[in-house]
Write a protein that binds this ligand. Sequence first.
Ligand SMILES: [Zn+2]
Length: 332
Amino acid sequence: MRIFGKVRHRPSASWRQATDRAFTLIGDGRYEDAGALLTRAADMEPWLSESWFNLALLHKFRHDWEQARAAGLRAVALLDREAGAPDWWNVGIAATALQDWPLARRAWQAYGLKVPGEGSPSGEPLGMALGSAAVRLSPEGEAEVVWGRRLDPARIEVLSIPLPSSGRRWGEVVLHDGVPHGERTILSADGATRAYPVFDEIELWAPSPVPTWVVLLEAASEADRDALERLAADAGFAAEDWSSSVRLLCRTCSESRMPSDEGDGEHLDPHDHSEPGHPGPLGHRTAGSGSLWVPERECGIAAPSALVRGLLDGWVADSPDTREWRDLEEVC
Ligand SMILES: [Zn+2]
């Protein structure tokens, strides 16, 4: 049909069939077969933005960023809608994966986000001030939700210390998807509740050179434990008391709106480690909740090997009667 000279195309029945079938195949992980069908669908309706959007989506699932960018650009060229199109968001993700910064900036702006003019010399769209968020590492495998700082709409710098089982490190930068799966709420000191999205990781964007250590602490009080976390942070690295910062959540709870620590604006604990089932009506144990302080703590440290022992010794030296450490081991 023709409206004011503009042709609006309805996709044919065979386009719909091919596309539906392709998404079923994608659900089964059969990307090759799905790609053949979506390519056929795009041949049938090349003027339809959706044809290219679907192909771009498939290439995103396959982490084939060159192809995702190419298909995504065809999709946005055919859009009849101004801001807020997910097509642009996916172009932004592909461009970020490829470090195509001019295109990434264009994509976020076209989506309707403000991108500060300056950025870094490379044109990286930094300075968007998107705040904190959580990201689910390895969403398909042994998932772990960690906290981080959003660098831009598609990247988070991990600021929790991931558990050794994740094989991941503090300081990594992760490329993540646009649609959140879950939320963490934090009650701040002024009584307001802030909600933070939980994004799913797509892939590692930049590795971290800083190894992870596990150590057993004897800390007579919470203040002793806090002192180590502060010392590490002051040195430019991190320590995290896993005994209180990690809780186990089933997939359903992890992907829903869950209260997190009361928080003081800086501590965004706990992070969540996946657990197979929901443990009945009482729900999940909250790490360290309602119990007396236990001096023995299992603590993660993210610091270079040249620094980690000195950090621990310095912590003990500040209060030898209340602090001890042992069994330091590099785990990741
Ligand atoms: Zn649950």
